[in-house]
Design a protein around this ligand. Structure first.
Ligand SMILES: [Fe+2]
Ligand SMILES: [Fe+2]
Length: 175
């Protein structure tokens, strides 16, 4: 069925599944981290399916009241899941930094990495604070840009560096 501004969202739009494949440039080689990054790509995929015209709409005025309500509720739900995901995922990576002793032996690199985690978290909080059912599409675009930058910059730089470090031979591990 073709989606229009009057079409309520299907329930499936609520779900974001991990994607099967991670592009080669984003693979760290760490099974758990890569699995969690696939989930993040699944979130990006789901949010792009939420709006009928994510790149083109300036606000939500042309959509029906019902549709606006649905989109707002779906975005609230998605942000809740994303915040839970972030807490878990950033804890996973920061625990690896501590367990591998990287946080002691390469402190500056770890601090820059954790600072970027904090920046991503606070940007998501800003989006939550600015939620407005009339402007859901604007918040969706902000979230899309944030996740794209997170994937392009953070994973490529910080996360791959972390995994390269723990794969050093001989490995350095906490007693
Ligand atoms: Fe990270
Ligand atoms: Fe990550």
């Amino acid at each position: 069925m073709l989606s229009t501004p009057d079409t309520p969202l299907p329930d499936a739009a609520l779900s974001w599944y991990p994607l099967d494949q991670l592009p080669a440039g984003l693979q760290t080689g760490h099974e758990l981290i890569d699995r969690e990054h696939r989930t993040l790509l699944g979130c990006l995929d789901a949010l792009r399916r939420l709006c009928i015209d994510l790149p083109g709409m300036t606000d939500c005025q042309s959509c029906s009241v019902e549709r606006r309500h649905d989109c707002d509720q779906h975005l609230v739900s998605m942000l809740g899941d994303l915040i839970a995901f972030i807490l878990d995922h950033f804890q996973t990576e920061e625990k690896i930094m501590r367990d591998s002793l990287m946080v002691m032996l390469d402190r500056d690199v770890c601090e820059a990495h954790m600072e970027d985690h904090a920046n991503i978290s606070s940007k998501i909080q800003e989006i939550v604070m600015a939620l407005d059912p009339q402007r859901t599409v604007v918040r969706l675009r902000e979230l899309e840009n944030l996740i794209e930058r997170w994937i392009e910059n953070h994973i490529r730089l910080h996360d791959r560096l972390l995994v390269r470090w723990i794969e050093l031979d001989p490995p350095l591990t906490a007693a």
